[in-house]
Ligand binder design. Structure first.
Ligand code: NAD
Ligand code: MG
Length: 402
């Protein structure tokens, strides 16, 4: 029997890559549910193409969805708003849920899918940043299987599978073996890898969103340019692999061929390599522990020539340092960091602040908003709201001079 799959954020970069992989394996997987926010027409067209049974649209978009779909509206159940998203995520019918929404808004649906005990393929990184250890705990309570889609964490999981003596099909485990001495996450360095601090003050949103190796949504592309993306990934890794931040190293690797590495007590370092194409981690997670085709082009080692690695520069990319600090502080600090960053990126995209002010507003917000040690849903949501309010107020009053 086919495995039924739901994709939250189906119209985005990850959502479309996931649909592409699923189409290649229609004997094994069938799409059950899809969601989207602004792109109601595109969602209707995707739902028609893949025969989705349920969709969730933005509040007030049910009629627009029904007008856009060419098949009998009654064949597709249409849910709406955040309630609809949570119902779709937690529906007992689907076997697999892919979380591909962008931002902290994905927290509630992610929790709903985990609590429903699904196999959950996590791309939406912000919920893991906010409540990572709690999400892992919820998965262990409900029996949900977590598979990370972020290419670095997916690579680490593959390196752990190989480095460990026993191998089972259960994604993330509750503890990483003591023989792991280091987890090394690679970073491309983004489009401004060699830019000076003064160059960085003149960067436009279009330049920042133009990633040299990966084709991704706008928010994550800008986070890659500031290297906040790697900072968020460091926090994600601490939660997924139950390790302290000091066990995680970041290394800049401009070619994006080595996706991450794990170093063991005997001195062995195991790396995962592939072309930069998100269909690869998606296929790895969908098929696990089996390997299934992804559609990505093959890696031709001989043509690559050489692979470069270098230390990250936290002076030019202070978001990395801020994220490490937030990971060390713990509690709601990562939520405050993430919320301030979401606001600063949004306002940079509207050209209301400069590129290198993003880190300054995040820094000021982290200094100001009180960190709570408790990390339940209410506390985290409150910290998220408070940090957003403070960052907006700071930007409005433009108290920062560069
Ligand atoms: P995207 O912007 O291309 O797509 C986002 C999706 O979320 C769209 O379907 C959109 O309709 C939906 N969405 C946006 N706002 C929403 C809201 N308020 N409520 C409900 N749905 C909403 O983003 P993406 O690049 O596909 O990234 C998705 C997530 O995956 C992010 O958290 C990102 O950090 C993570 N991720 C992406 C990549 C990548 O290669 N794109 C790699 C690793 C991790
Ligand atoms: Mg990544």
């Amino acid at each position: 029997m086919s495995e039924l799959v739901t994709i939250l954020g189906a119209t985005g970069s990850i959502g479309r890559s996931a649909l592409d992989v699923l189409r290649r394996h229609d004997e094994r997987f069938q799409v059950y549910g899809l969601s989207a926010h602004h792109q109601t027409k595109e969602l209707a067209s995707l739902a028609n193409q893949c025969g989705a049974q349920v969709v969730s649209v933005r509040s007030g978009q049910v009629q627009a969805f029904q007008n856009s779909t060419h098949i009998d509206g009654a064949a597709i159940t249409v849910l709406e708003g955040s309630e609809g998203l949570v119902r779709l995520a937690g529906s007992t019918t689907a076997d697999v849920v892919i979380t591909a929404i962008v931002g902290s808004i994905g927290l509630m649906p992610t929790l709903a899918a985990i609590r429903a005990g699904k196999k959950v393929l996590l791309a939406n990184k912000e919920p893991l940043v906010m409540m990572g250890p709690e999400i892992i705990q919820e998965a262990s309570n409900s029996g949900a299987t977590i598979m990370p889609l972020d290419s670095e964490h997916n690579a680490v999981l593959q390196c752990l599978d190989i480095g460990q003596t026993s191998n089972d099909s259960k994604g993330i485990k509750s503890d990483t073996p003591k023989s792991v001495v280091k987890i090394i996450l690679t970073a491309s360095g983004g489009p401004f890898i060699d830019s000076s601090i003064s160059d960085l003050s003149r960067v436009t949103p279009a330049q920042a969103a133009n990633h040299p190796n990966w084709s991704m949504g706008k928010k994550i592309s800008i986070d890659s340019a500031t290297m906040m993306n790697k900072g968020l990934e460091l926090i994600e890794a601490c939660a997924l692999f139950s390790v302290d931040p000091n066990l995680i190293e970041i290394v800049v690797h401009p070619q994006s061929i080595v996706h991450s590495l794990v170093e063991y007590a005997d001195g062995s370092v195991i790396a995962q390599m592939a072309n930069p194409d998100m269909r690869i981690p998606i296929a790895t997670a969908l098929g696990h522990p089996e390997r299934i085709a992804s559609g990505a082009s093959r890696l031709r080692i001989g043509e690559i020539g050489s692979l470069d690695f270098r230390e990250p520069d936290e002076n030019r990319f202070p978001c990395l340092r801020l994220a490490r600090q937030a990971a060390e502080v713990g509690g709601t600090a990562p939520t405050i960091l993430n919320a301030a960053n979401e606001i600063a990126v949004e306002l940079f995209c509207k050209e209301l602040i400069q590129f290198n002010e993003i880190s300054k507003y995040v820094d000021k917000t982290l200094e100001h908003v009180t960190v709570d040690r408790t990390r339940d849903f209410e506390t985290v949501t409150q910290a998220d709201v408070e940090a957003r309010r403070y960052t907006k107020q700071l930007i409005r009053s433009s108290t920062i001079s560069i």
